[in-house]
Write a protein that binds this ligand. Structure first.
Ligand SMILES: Nc1ncnc2c1ncn2[C@@H]1O[C@H](COP(=O)(O)OP(=O)(O)OP(=O)(O)O)[C@@H](O)[C@H]1O
Ligand SMILES: [Mg+2]
Length: 220
């Protein structure tokens, strides 16, 4: 499902953000990626969605060798992935509903289906009453939930979430993790980057530990 083979990523000349990481994440697996700030968690997720390119090494995601993925193929590749970014990346000029539905609009999903899926996704995160709000009118936790709804709306094969509960209170964080477990139970591979030890202790599963770019424990 996801394979990294001797992956190194160096942004600048100094220490590598990821150093010679080899690991495999299996289909339908639920796993956490953890480690201190700067360990390389976000970098790992960015390489998997091909937002960043490795300096050396290879990645295979969803049966695709990312080396050979052309820019033309990239949108199709990304369609199968759901991504929750650490900084949300909502579009400020768009409403909650539009933020969630936009990708489907670009993909030509019929309007009725679009609405159904967007409403369903927003209901999952408890934001069905804020459809017309703009991101700036929402709290950090609400924005985070919009980002989660958007990541789930396409029923991704792989869900990658970077600190998805960082702005949520503990109850809400638990609700969101339970939602991810349900998504996982329906067949989606889920990868959650977090340094929330409590969350990991509660939800268990495989834990991949990074420290200063190195794979300390692959959790298998
Ligand atoms: N675009 C970039 N340009 C230069 N250096 C970067 C860039 N992105 C990340 N880095 C560096 O790479 C290292 C790993 O960063 P990364 O964001 O992957 O860590 P992280 O584990 O996600 O940390 P956090 O828990 O704070 O989110 C850090 O030293 C960081 O400063
Ligand atoms: Mg990060």
């Amino acid at each position: 499902m996801i394979r990294l083979y001797h992956v190194t990523k160096t942004y600048r000349k100094e220490a590598a953000a990821l150093q010679d990481v080899t690991l495999q994440i299996h289909p339908r697996q639920f796993c956490f990626v953890t480690g201190p700030s700067g360990a390389g968690k976000s970098t790992l997720l960015k390489l998997i969605i091909r937002e960043e390119h490795p300096t050396s090494g290879q990645l295979l995601v969803n049966g695709r060798n990312l080396d050979t993925l052309t820019s033309h193929q990239l949108p199709y590749f990304r369609r199968r992935l759901g991504v929750v970014f650490q900084d949300f990346r909502l579009i400020p000029e768009r409403t909650v509903y539009e933020n969630v539905a936009l990708l489907m609009t670009l993909q030509g999903v019929p309007v009725k289906e679009r609405k159904r899926r967007a409403f369903e996704s927003l209901r999952w995160v408890g934001l069905q009453n804020r459809l017309e709000a703009f991101p700036e009118e929402l709290s950090g936790g609400e924005q985070q939930r919009v980002a989660i709804a958007r990541a789930l709306v396409n029923r991704p094969v792989i869900l990658l979430a970077d600190e998805p509960t960082g702005n949520l209170d503990p109850d809400l964080a638990h609700e969101i993790m339970k939602l991810f477990q349900e998504v996982n139970a329906s067949g989606t591979t889920v990868v959650v980057a977090t340094h929330d030890k409590g969350l990991i202790a509660t939800f268990g599963g495989r834990v991949i530990l990074l420290d200063r770019g190195r794979l300390v424990d692959d959790g298998e």
